[in-house]
Design a protein around this ligand. Sequence first.
Ligand code: MN
Length: 463
Amino acid sequence: MKNIYFITGSQNLYGEDTLKQVTYDSKVIVEFLSSNLANIIQVIWKPTVKSGEEILSICQEASIDPDCVGVITWMHTFSPAKMWIKGLQRLNKPLLHLHTQNVEQLPYATIDMNYMNLNQSAHGDREFGFILKRLNIFHYTVVGFYKHEHVISDIKRFCEISKAIDFSKNLKVAMFGNNMREVAVTDGDRVESQIRFGWEVNYYGIGDIVDLVSGVTRDEIADQLNEYKSKYQMNPLDISEIEEQAKYEVAFSKFINETQIGAFCDTFEDLHGLKQLPGLAVQNLMDKGIGFAPEGDYKTAALGALLMKMAETRDGATGFIEDYTYDLSLGEELELGSHMLEVSPRFAANKPKIEVHSLGIGGKDAPARLVFDGVTGPGIQVTMIDLGTHFRLIVANIELVQSRNMPKLPVARLMWKVKPDFITGVKAWLENGGGHHSIVSTALTMDDIDMFAKLTGTEIIKI
Ligand code: MN
């Protein structure tokens, strides 16, 4: 299990009795956090740091521990922040500055200077906050009594996001084919993506998949078809087209196992040797947690995998969507999101149906795909764009609604209301440069994306 370090700052000025109490109090907090976060992460109590040497040592330990995904710091007493400079400069894990106390209310009848010397996070955490700002260390600050619901909830969020950042730092992404010709927003600086987020994005020829497809056995196809039968409705007349997608999924799965990628993209412009655009195959892989985006959009594929990881211990669906078309009835505006094929069945409101229809683009055989209406309820829409100088996240609140009846539409679809209202929301998305590919999630909230942005130093626009 991944872990986070809980580090308490102090100094040698206070004498042994005070430091003993600091140790005791920090252990009590760690025990409380551990019991509340047990199914997400292990919280490791670390001895109180009282000098620059001890701080450097613990920051180095956290930085090289492969299981450590983040660090929580708390200044129970005053801890002069020049002592923290060297350590914080070495720390390469997400940092949560917990501004709390081990006692909730002041003991007015008995409070004396001993109490003041021991319980002075209001003092010590300001010194610590200053040095974080001065060093420009990316971090998130949580303020409040550690047992209060909002504090626990933010710490839990920090743990989930830190695990996702750890995943991101080790994420490999395969591009089959390049960015779709002439398309701007899906393109980007892959070197910068790797520097900022850790994504190793590499190009592979679609021929690598074609070779694997040609080696798929009858037994492997049968197993894959059984999986489809157990999860989806299908028409026996479509079996040959579905078998073709089954071969693709077996081939992609082998490739994923061999290369250990967590996300990939393809493009309908480069499908040499494949009879169909991968549809059902890709949708079923998205259901298994593989990030995907079409048209060479490596950023959205990687972001999808990262956000699925962030949401892994929560209910709800997360996946790729494309903004397609609107119902512009005044005051009742609705957006219809979908794609040529590749919408994750995690969004399905009911058991998806495998259907075969011609694509009308790309000149390939009619592909099998999953068709379904999407779930309803509150969600977010997130996109990442590359502005040349930096990456920008744009996040909007949406309300997923019951899909209208569209019997001729041969693809999976989500419908939603844009918040706070259609004109404000869509205008802000456009004016901030938000593209047509994004990740929709009913598991995550704007607060999650905001904390991710703060911890990674990424620009964020919250609509
Ligand atoms: Mn597209």
